[in-house]
Design a protein around this ligand. Structure first.
Ligand SMILES: *Cc1c(COP(=O)(O)O)cnc(C)c1O
Length: 442
């Protein structure tokens, strides 16, 4: 068992005063830095192989690896309970082809990898708030997987309420069900507008002086508290391959906002042997273009809609973090590619015929791995991250001529009570709701 001596502090990527260092707890509760930057660690703890190679469960691996990061903020017993409670679902490594493996990250309650970050972050936040005798209302604008993972992860925690805004009529039937299912401490608001309207309302609430007295916070993917737990499954995948005698591997990450990839880079910096990272993007191709040195840093693009909609991000926020963590060698570390919808669907069909049904996001990764091998001749065994369960995307599967699978976890949602209120796409409407809410509950 490694005894952490010096867990990192956190500084903003835009900090002008590098002496301003936050504890993990402060960075977690703040989310975004006040200067608009993202929190990054002052150093990366190195994790000795024995602390992850011999772990006999995912939770015990998490208890070993993350302790090096959190030892200053929480006692070991509380920490162990939080981790085993949050990360209590299977994380299988599925052999797909001879030397291509799929790391299935969709066996948590809302069937996407977002459960790892959201569940861990929720429990840590709740613990710190309890210690401080504070409560918090989390406001989230969502169009998909983040909202359901946050709603589920934070539900029923004593010191945190969640208010979810989603664009009415603009999310799939299943996504909407996942958002509006009644959960203790969670209110869904169906906004008569677009996703951008939802984001605009949330941003307005954060700067509204009339709401300044409310303890509002966010839980979006830029929070460092979501990234750290996501680094764990990289260790888990490599460990599983090592047990099969495979010592070197590349990892392919279907990417949008680049949070997942950043978590992999953190794992590598902790000492995890990953040969190359492959960033698989859909038509939102800023990052692959940047890697191929075709565009400059921050030549961000407008978002385009694709069949892998959870990766529809034109200006990935975590790019700023990657740049600070890796700098220019980013291009040596990471290979990237953009995959169009037609190819994604052909890839889905191809693997379905061979017996493996993937989600559209995972299919982008599966195609990128094949191309990487062809283009570079590097046939090192590869792990593709399967980011969501295919059953979450029945429309894309049907368009591709495939039959969506039925899963119990989604079917039961349609039998549960719902809790949703309509909301005009107007900041005043959200303000009235939030003010009325606090009056009613105090
Ligand atoms: C969020 C999401 C992604 C993209 O992950 P990033 O961390 O934003 O790069 C990929 N696939 C699915 C299914 C997702 O929900």
């Amino acid at each position: 068992m490694n005894t952490p001596t010096n867990p990192p502090r956190y500084v903003s990527t835009r900090a002008t005063n590098p002496n301003k260092r936050l504890s993990f707890q402060e960075a977690l509760l703040a989310g975004l830095a006040p200067d608009g930057g993202l929190y990054i660690p002052t150093h990366i703890p190195s994790i000795t192989p024995d602390s992850w190679q011999d772990a006999d469960s995912f939770a015990s691996l998490g208890q070993q690896v993350l302790w090096a990061w959190l030892a200053d903020d929480v006692d070991k017993t509380t920490f162990d309970t939080i981790i085993s409670d949050a990360l209590n679902f299977p994380v299988p490594v599925h052999p797909l082809l001879d030397d291509v493996f799929v790391l299935e990250l969709f066996h948590g309650p809302t069937l996407s990898f977002k459960d790892f970050g959201a569940r861990t972050m929720a429990r840590l936040m709740n613990y710190f708030l309890q210690q401080q005798g504070r409560t918090l209302t989390i406001l989230v604008a969502t169009s998909g997987d983040t909202g359901s993972a946050v709603a589920d992860g934070f539900a029923g925690l004593d010191n945190i309420d969640v208010v979810l805004l989603y664009p009415k009529g603009k999310v799939s039937n299943i996504q909407e069900r996942q958002l509006i299912t009644a959960r203790p401490g969670v209110q869904a608001l169906a906004v008569q507008g677009s996703f951008d309207d939802c984001q605009r309302l949330v941003k307005a609430a954060f700067v509204d002086e009339d709401l300044a007295h409310l303890p509002l916070s966010s839980a979006n993917s830029i929070n460092i508290g979501r990234l750290l737990p996501q680094s764990l499954y990289y260790f888990w995948a490599i460990k599983t391959l090592q047990k099969q005698g495979i010592d070197a591997a590349n990892v392919c990450v279907p990417s949008g906002n680049l949070g997942n990839l950043t978590a992999g880079i953190l794992a590598h910096a902790m000492g995890l042997p990953v040969q190359h990272f492959l960033a698989a993007h859909n038509a939102n191709d800023f990052f692959p273009e940047y890697l191929h040195a075709k565009t400059d840093a921050y030549a961000f693009k407008a978002t385009v809609a694709t069949a892998s909609n959870a990766m529809d991000v034109g200006s990935p926020s975590n790019f700023e973090r990657l740049e600070h963590l890796l700098g220019e060698p980013m291009r040596e570390h990471i290979w990237g590619m953009s995959v169009d919808d037609g190819t994604t669907k052909t890839t889905l069909q191809h693997h379905a015929e061979a017996g493996y049904l993937a989600c559209p996001h995972t299919a982008v990764g599966l195609h990128a791995v094949t191309q990487y091998r062809k283009q570079t001749g590097d046939t090192t065994p590869a792990i593709v991250l399967a980011t969501a369960h295919p059953a979450k995307f029945p429309d894309v599967l049907r368009e591709t001529g495939l039959t969506p699978p039925r899963v119990e976890a989604l079917d039961v949602l349609f039998e549960r009570d719902t809790n949703v209120m309509p909301l005009a796409a107007d900041p005043v409407a959200l303000k009235d709701y939030l003010l009325g809410q606090t009056v009613a509950s105090s």
